[in-house]
Ligand binder design. Structure first.
Ligand SMILES: Nc1ncnc2c1ncn2[C@@H]1O[C@H](COP(=O)(O)OP(=O)(O)OP(=O)(O)O)[C@@H](O)[C@H]1O
Ligand SMILES: [Mg+2]
Length: 458
């Protein structure tokens, strides 16, 4: 990539010119500066990709420039040049964070190669910082949507526990937002600038999971060709999200207990414990309490993990959230696809009475699908999958049947109470009930009511 900006610092004008001509020919933008002090202010004023500085200068020397530049931008590579090779100055330059150490008489090819490498490293570092920021922004901007009491309760808990180091156990069916809540806690905590590392304990076979979590030492098993850091070490200073913790084997459960009790890990095949500083958040979609009763999950580990339980109810138990979530996913899908859509009233009714076995994730997928596949500006019932249309039909019937039964039962109860209160005087009863005598008579027949029968029942 041409056009990268290089700053050359040397109080010897001819050297500046020489390097400048050579590097401009390579397609770089070059600036020169003949004092250390000026060079530092250049660096703070504009964006350079590499700095080359002479070591021996009047006033601020090369090491001084290096130190000041690193204060302004620690990722900016600085190459130090000297007239004579001296091991002592070379070491001191490298110790102070110089990228490389060049002798002024070095061949042009060597100088160009060092500059090329320094630029590559700077680019990779900047990309890395950029990507990390992007990722943080993306994760961080994911809001937890919902107005139901249930979700408000979850919000409150997240706020209360975020800035502590307490271990948290999130439980909820698949797709209810366990990982979303775990990330919300991380990004609201003092650890938010460190990593959020997550692993799905159900997705890996036991031996692999163990070495992923705790690392291993070289030679501890076939294929362990060198030492490997476990994720607990990688997550140091940050938050560790243990997804599907109920899927772990007894051996791993013992090791996890050690992490929680001693705050240390022992790599597979190792003997020396390593201290770890992580905040643990575990998640499960299984009934862990039941697993404990059935001796499938260690009781002691359960209590260590379950310090602060957060339960996310299934979407069907907080239907108030469906409307807001639909709007939210509609907006996201519209932005991503460039198609603005709304949801028709009947379609919305279907969405509100569906049972959502896949919870919020299922809703998100269905909206995205409807936005992409549907024609027109509106998502209608036709744009929804069969399972949602059929489900709603069945549900409506059940509700109607139930409603009818209750109404009839209510009427029967009411009739009986009035008839008993009037001692079965039909005329008096019908006037209290506000119906005429023949209607009352028909109803008595229909419900097969008689004083004798009721006494038998009583
Ligand atoms: N309340 C919510 N507001 C906005 N988006 C949500 C909400 N709950 C879940 N989601 C979204 O639904 C999807 C599923 O959430 P997440 O992965 O956190 O669920 P999970 O409980 O971890 O599921 P699983 O058990 O399958 O791993 C994600 O895209 C998430 O952003
Ligand atoms: Mg998950």
């Amino acid at each position: 990539m041409a056009g990268e900006k290089i700053l050359i610092v040397d109080d010897e004008k001819s050297m500046c010119q020489y390097l400048s001509i050579m590097l401009k020919k390579e397609g770089y933008q070059v600036k020169t500066s003949n004092s250390g002090k000026k060079a530092v202010s250049e660096v703070s004023d504009s964006n350079f990709d590499v700095v080359i500085t002479d070591i021996k200068m009047e006033g601020m020397d090369g090491i001084g420039v290096l130190t000041e530049v690193k204060k302004i931008d620690p990722t900016l590579p600085v190459v130090i040049m000297t007239a004579y090779a001296s091991q002592k100055t070379a070491i001191s330059a490298l110790n102070n964070g110089a990228f490389y150490y060049l002798i002024k008489r070095a061949k042009n090819e060597e100088i160009k190669m060092v500059i090329r490498n320094a630029l590559d490293m700077h680019r990779v570092k900047s990309e890395n910082t950029f990507l990390k920021k992007q990722l943080r922004k993306k994760d961080n901007s994911k809001e937890i949507i919902g107005k139901s009491d249930e979700i408000q309760g979850v919000f409150n808990l997240v706020d209360k526990v975020a800035d502590t180091d307490s271990t948290i156990m999130i439980s909820g069916e698949s797709g209810t937002g366990k990982e979303l809540v775990a990330k919300a806690i991380h990004y609201r905590s003092g650890r938010s600038n460190q990593s959020f590392v997550s692993i799905n304990c159900g997705a890996l076979p036991e031996s692999l999971l163990e070495s992923e979590l705790f690392g291993h030492v070289k030679g501890s098993f076939t294929g362990a060709i060198k030492d490997k850091n476990g994720l607990f070490k990688v997550a140091c200073g940050g938050t560790f999200f243990l997804d599907e913790v109920g899927e772990t084997s007894p051996a791993i459960q013992v090791k996890l207990l050690r992490v929680l009790q001693e705050r240390e890990i022992i790599p597979v095949g190792g003997t020396t414990p390593i201290k770890v500083n992580v905040r643990l958040i575990a998640a499960t979609n299984a009934d862990l309490e039941l697993a404990v009763k059935e001796n499938k999950f260690r009781t002691d580990l359960y209590y260590r993990l379950n310090v602060i339980p957060i339960v996310i109810p299934p979407l069907r138990d907080r239907r108030d959230d469906i409307g807001l979530l639909v709007d939210h996913f509609l907006k996201a899908a519209s932005e991503a696809s460039g198609r603005q859509k709304t949801v028709a009233k009947e379609a919305m009714e279907l969405l509100e009475c569906y049972d959502w076995p896949g919870n919020v994730r299922e809703l998100e997928n269905i909206i995205e699908r409807a936005v992409i596949l549907g024609d027109g500006d509106e998502i209608t019932t036709i744009g929804l999958p069969d399972k949602i249309r059929n489900h709603s039909h069945q549900r409506r019937q059940i509700i109607m049947e139930k409603a009818q039964m209750t109404l009839e039962e209510l009427e029967k109860e009411y009739l009986i109470s009035v008839l008993e209160a009037t001692g079965w005087q039909k005329k008096k009863a019908s006037s209290i009930l506000g119906i005429n005598a023949s209607t009352l008579y028909r109803k008595i027949q229909r419900y097969k009511l008689s004083p004798e029968k009721l006494k038998q029942h009583a």
